[in-house]
Ligand binder design. Structure first.
Ligand code: GAL
Length: 369
């Protein structure tokens, strides 16, 4: 009797679980509609995890449904993500491409379905299937990094180590272009001497570089946005550097992830007396580095604003209105209507004001503030 009762209750549990699973798959299955699809490039860089969190914060009280997918550094996965979202009936796609040119086919597929495409932070290039672009002022990011090195170095002939982002990312060109615009005159007048790029050395008298010329420099000093690649390159460069390229040096590092690994390498070389190193993104780990004096600066890009702009455009579209923009970017195929946000330079002096007092981060997340 006891045994029968036991098997009956097991059966009951199995039936309940099966019913529950069927109910769950109903609500998340093909029939549920998503209005706005969001595709971000990778969870491996804290920058994009930050964006995901800011999207979630902003969307908690939205009347429209959204879904966020990550492409994990793969254009194939990115295309698959877009298709998944198209199957869920999205009307607007917000996308940061892993590779700006390769993403064209994914957004062309979206366009065919009548979806409005918003390029988020990184521009998708060489296609007319992009409707809007929300971005920070990326040329200003690079210029701020370069200017920081100029304002904080002393003397002449300061060895200058150059690093850049991934050549598949249009922003990497804009950052370097901005940095070059201020650094080149200072290389020409002998304030800095280039330490690690023969291509940059060849072009040192040219104030404005073509995309091809920028591509040549990037080809030598790219980090691919990968802290490990940055670390390996920095090690190779310091091993090859002669004594006159050591001492007090300046380092243009394109973002925080690469800045920290480059700083770790420069910090352990006995012949480097001091180094300035730039960054960008205000990642938590780099804020701690800035507080501790291990990274000189970062460029704070307030992702809350970018999320607000992207969702603002998406909601206007869904409501049948025409979004307002503030300018445009040439993506090689068309002028894409754009909304641009300013950036803020952060160093030890203003880190508390800009990141804690502005409630971007909490003081308890850091030590030694
Ligand atoms: C850029 C982005 C930066 C940085 C970098 C690495 O496109 O604008 O903020 O995070 O990618 O992912």
């Amino acid at each position: 009797m006891k045994r029968t009762w036991k098997s009956f209750s097991v059966l009951l549990v199995v039936m309940l679980v099966t019913a529950l699973m069927a109910a769950c798959s109903d609500s998340s299955g093909g029939s549920s509609k998503v209005s706005v699809g969001i595709v971000l490039p990778t969870k491996d860089e804290p920058r994009w995890v930050q964006d995901e969190q800011r999207f979630k914060d902003a969307l908690s009280d939205s009347k429209y449904t959204t879904e966020i997918l990550f492409s994990q550094g793969s254009s194939a996965k990115e295309k698959e993500n877009v298709e998944t979202l198209l199957n869920k009936g999205i009307e607007v796609l917000i996308i940061t491409p892993h590779d700006g040119a390769a993403a064209a086919s994914a957004v062309e597929a979206a366009k065919k379905e009548g979806v409005t495409v918003i390029s988020y932070d990184r521009l998708i290039t060489n296609t007319d299937a992009v409707d809007y672009y929300v971005t920070f002022d990326s040329v200003a990011v690079g210029a701020a990094q370069g200017q920081y090195l100029i304002d904080n170095s002393e003397g002449k002939d300061v060895p200058l180590y150059l690093y850049a982002g991934a050549a598949s990312d249009n922003n990497a060109f804009l950052f370097f272009e901005g940095a070059w615009s201020v650094l080149q005159p200072k290389i020409a007048d002998g304030t800095f001497k280039i330490a690690n790029s023969s291509e940059a050395e060849k072009l040192k008298d040219k104030a404005e570089l073509t995309r091809d010329e920028l591509g040549k420099i990037l080809g030598q000093v790219t980090t691919n946005w990968d802290p490990n690649e940055a670390k390996n390159k920095a090690q190779t460069h310091l091993t090859a550097a002669s004594a006159d390229l050591k001492g007090d040096v300046a380092v243009l590092a394109p973002n925080d992830g690469t800045a920290r690994s480059i700083a770790d390498v420069f910090g352990t070389d006995g012949d480097i007396t001091s180094f300035l190193v730039t960054g960008q993104d205000a990642e938590k780990a780099s804020i701690q580095y800035v507080i501790d004096g291990n990274q000189s600066m970062t460029v704070f890009k307030d992702v809350r604003t970018l999320v607000k702009d992207a969702m603002g455009i998406a909601v206007e579209i869904l409501d049948g209105k025409t979004p307002e923009t503030t300018g445009s970017y040439d993506n090689g195929n068309k002028e894409v209507k754009a909304k641009q946000t300013d950036v803020i330079v952060v160093d030890q002096e203003n880190v508390k004001k800009e990141l804690i007092d502005s409630e971007y981060y909490e003081a308890s997340e850091f030590t030694g503030l």
